[in-house]
Design a binder for this molecule. Structure first.
Ligand SMILES: [Zn+2]
Length: 285
């Protein structure tokens, strides 16, 4: 099934480059990101997409893990707490799931039971920005709040299937000629949190620095860094935590964790999900 994701796009090289940039895994610094700035039509509610395997386990209620303090090392209780915490963060249907280079989705071809198109400005086709309903609703609220503050946001990327991620990763392996470099900018299939339907990439309405490093200096990045937690989002790949997350800083990649976890992380001052939940860092596979 390799490359089917890209073939499906059926677009010219520029559009393909835009989409590839948007598909980056961690999406780090794609050279084609700046091309993604073309404003999109307002997204209309689309019919729910066909689900490939809707039989996923229902989402667990709440996230007890949100209140769980990181385990203290050196005791049986700590070990037990740690095991529980680890399990709580393995369910891809939970907003507390942690996906990284050492924590693949389980099952690897997980598909969220429901995906919807947030009704916000976007730069790519509607099917490229689908999210879980809870994440989509929060995106709509956050974008509206940003607009009220005079900050125009666009949605650049959302849910990505296992096959789409495989195609994206293989594209970068081909570009660089080896996996080591591709691993710096793109997650291997089954390891991208975009596959949970909880992660998305934003752009600034005028297209400034889309998916590239200088996005961090835009008004859109500053506004979201300040306000995202209110809506249940965290900046998943913050500056200075590459060795923990496995990816360079991405000021455009947000992850829905729910307001509770987002607020707890803000209050505790923890920058990454790994640190917040006491999970091992994932600098590589
Ligand atoms: Zn991303």
């Amino acid at each position: 099934m390799r490359a089917t994701g890209l073939r499906r796009l059926g677009a010219g090289p520029v559009a393909a480059a835009v989409v590839v940039a948007a598909l980056l895994a961690g999406c780090a610094g794609g050279p084609d990101g700046s091309a993604a700035g073309a404003p999109a039509s307002t997204a209309a509610e689309l019919p729910a997409p066909a689900q490939r395997s809707p039989a996923g386990a229902p989402a667990k209620e709440g996230t007890q893990a949100a209140a769980a303090a990181p385990a203290e090392a050196g005791s049986d209780k700590a070990d037990s707490d740690k095991a529980k915490s680890d399990k709580a963060h393995s369910d891809p249907a939970s907003p507390g799931v942690v996906v990284n280079k050492r924590r693949p989705l389980s099952p690897q071809d997980f598909v969220p039971p429901k995906l919807v198109v947030p009704r916000v400005e976007r730069t790519v086709a509607a099917e490229r920005v689908r999210l879980r309903p809870d994440a989509a609703a929060a995106v709509e609220k956050m974008f509206a709040a940003a607009a009220a503050d005079g900050v125009g946001l666009t949605l650049v990327s959302g849910y990505r299937s296992f096959d789409e991620q495989a195609a994206t990763y293989n594209h970068w392996v081909g570009q660089y000629g080896d996996k080591a470099q591709a691993d710096e900018v793109s997650a291997r299939a089954g390891h991208s949190e975009h596959q949970t339907g909880l992660a998305f990439d934003i752009g600034q309405a005028d297209g400034t620095c889309t998916l590239v490093l200088c996005f961090r200096d835009t008004e859109a990045a500053r506004w979201t860094a300040k306000h995202a937690a209110l809506y249940g989002f965290i900046l998943r790949y913050p500056q200075g935590h590459h060795e923990v997350t496995g990816f360079s800083a991405e000021s455009w990649h947000f992850r829905y964790v729910g307001p509770e976890i987002a607020a707890a992380m803000k209050a505790a001052g923890t920058a990454t999900l790994e640190e917040h939940f006491g999970l091992p860092p994932a600098p590589g596979y």
